[in-house]
Design a protein around this ligand. Structure first.
Ligand SMILES: [Fe+2]
Ligand SMILES: [Fe+2]
Length: 377
C-alpha cells in the first residue's frame, strides 16, 4: 500500500463503510465468521467496529483479551479453541477454533484487527497477507478519521479565537459575525448554492473582518471622523485579514476571497482591488450585502440602526451600484420576518462557532460547482 494516495482516496469513505467492505473480503476469501476492529486513540479512548455485533463494549477494555495482548506485544496473537465470553463479556456465547489479533501502531493511536473462525482453520501465507493488508487499510481509515476530527476542533477553536480577539478590540462583536453568517447562508440558499459550500461560506463570513485586529486602537476607536490617511489604513483590513488567514485557510480559497473582497462594490468603487461586476467573486458579492445589511440594522458608533424595512429599501436602491443585482433580487425574496428574526438573534445559523465536530470537509464533500447565477448580468 503506497504512502499517500490510498489515504486521499479513503478520505471520503467512513470507517464504517470501509469496515463493511473488509468484512466481506475476509468472509469471501478466508471464510471468517467474526471480525472486529478496534482503534485506540491517543487519549486512550477505544472505538469498536464489529460484525456480527458480539460485544457491548470494546474487548480492548479487558486486560486479558487477546487483542490487548497483541497491542502489548506489538505482534499478532493467535489463540485456539477459546471461549471468548470467559475473558470478555459477549452478548451471545462465542466459541472460536481460531482467533487472530493483528495490531498496528499508527501516527495517531493504534489499531488491532481481530478475525475469528468457528471451524478449524490453518492460515496460509496469503491469508496472513490479507489480514495484514486489511489491518493497514483499517489503520489508514481510522487515522485519517482521527486526524480530520482533530483538525476540525482546531478549526473551530481558531475561528472562535479570531472572532473573540476581534471582539476584544471593541469594534465588531461576535453577534455581528454570527448574524452575518446567518444572512450569508439565507442568501446562499436563495441563490441555489449547494449545501456542500455552506461550511466554507460560513468560514468566510465569520472571519471577514479579522484584519481589523491589526489596525491600531487610535483609529478603530476614534470617536470623530477619520482622516484620509486613517481611512486608507482601515481600508487595508480585508487585505490584512486575507494575509493573516492565508496559511490556515489554504484549503478554503472561497473563504479567503470572501475576506479579501467583502468591501468591493458592484460598480467598481469599492476596495481593496476596485473589482467590478462579475470580477468580484460570487461569494464575496453575497457577503458584501449580508455585512452591509447587518451594519445598517444595528447601532454603530457613527450611525443609528435602521429598521429592517428601511434597510431593505436601501438595499433595493443600491441594486447594480453597490450590490450585485442577482444578490439583491434573492435578498428581497427573503421574508422580512426572517431578517427581523436574525436581527433580534432569534434565528441563528452560525453553527460554525459552536460545533466541536466542525467538518473541515466542505472541501472534501464538494462535488458541486457554484450555481449558474454566479456570472454576469
Ligand atoms: Fe469589513
Ligand atoms: Fe463586518
Amino acid at each position: 500500500m503506497g504512502a499517500s494516495e490510498p489515504i486521499s482516496q479513503l478520505r471520503t469513505l467512513s470507517p464504517e463503510r470501509v469496515f463493511a467492505g473488509m468484512v466481506e473480503l475476509l468472509r469471501g476469501r478466508m471464510g471468517a465468521d467474526v471480525v472486529w476492529m478496534q482503534y485506540e486513540g491517543r487519549d486512550g479512548r477505544v472505538r469498536l467496529l464489529q460484525s456480527p455485533d458480539v460485544f457491548d463494549s470494546p474487548p480492548l477494555e479487558w486486560p486479558r483479551s487477546a487483542c490487548r495482548a497483541a497491542l502489548r506485544l506489538e505482534s499478532a496473537v493467535f489463540e485456539k479453541h477459546i471461549d471468548v465470553a470467559k475473558v470478555v463479556p459477549t452478548r451471545t456465547p462465542l466459541f472460536l477454533s481460531l482467533l487472530v489479533c493483528n495490531p498496528l501502531a499508527l501516527n495517531v493511536g493504534r489499531i488491532v484487527l481481530s478475525v475469528g473462525w468457528h471451524q478449524e482453520r490453518v492460515l496460509t501465507p496469503q491469508d496472513r497477507e490479507l489480514i495484514d493488508m486489511c489491518t493497514r487499510l483499517g489503520g489508514a481509515v481510522m487515522e485519517n478519521a482521527a486526524y480530520y476530527g482533530e483538525l476540525s476542533s482546531l478549526y473551530a477553536g481558531m475561528i472562535r479565537g479570531f472572532v473573540s480577539a476581534l471582539e476584544m478590540r471593541d469594534f465588531e462583536t461576535v453577534a455581528h459575525s454570527r448574524r452575518v453568517v446567518t444572512y450569508t447562508l439565507l442568501l446562499a440558499e436563495r441563490m441555489g448554492v449547494a449545501e456542500g459550500f455552506f461550511h466554507e461560506f460560513s468560514l468566510g463570513a465569520a472571519l471577514h473582518d479579522v484584519g481589523k485586529i491589526a489596525i491600531s486602537d487610535s483609529i478603530l476607536r476614534k470617536p470623530g471622523k477619520l482622516t484620509k490617511t486613517e481611512y486608507a489604513l482601515v481600508q487595508q483590513h480585508p487585505v490584512i485579514g486575507c494575509d493573516m488567514l492565508r496559511g490556515t485557510l489554504a484549503p478554503y480559497p472561497i473563504a479567503l476571497e470572501m475576506v479579501r473582497h467583502h468591501h468591493e462594490r458592484y460598480d467598481g468603487a469599492g476596495y481593496p482591488d476596485r473589482l467590478a461586476g462579475s470580477d468580484i467573486p460570487f461569494a464575496a458579492r453575497l457577503l458584501a450585502l449580508a455585512d452591509a445589511f447587518d451594519v445598517m440594522t444595528n447601532d454603530r458608533p457613527y450611525s443609528r440602526a435602521r429598521s429592517v424595512e428601511e434597510a431593505r429599501r436601501e438595499v433595493a436602491a443600491h441594486r447594480g451600484t453597490q450590490f450585485c443585482p442577482q444578490c439583491v433580487d434573492a435578498f428581497m425574496s427573503i421574508e422580512p420576518s426572517a431578517l427581523e428574526a436574525v436581527r433580534r438573534g432569534e434565528l441563528d445559523r452560525s453553527l460554525i462557532f459552536d460545533d466541536p465536530d466542525l467538518q473541515p470537509g466542505g472541501l472534501l464533500k464538494r462535488q458541486d460547482s457554484l450555481p449558474a447565477v454566479d456570472i454576469t448580468e
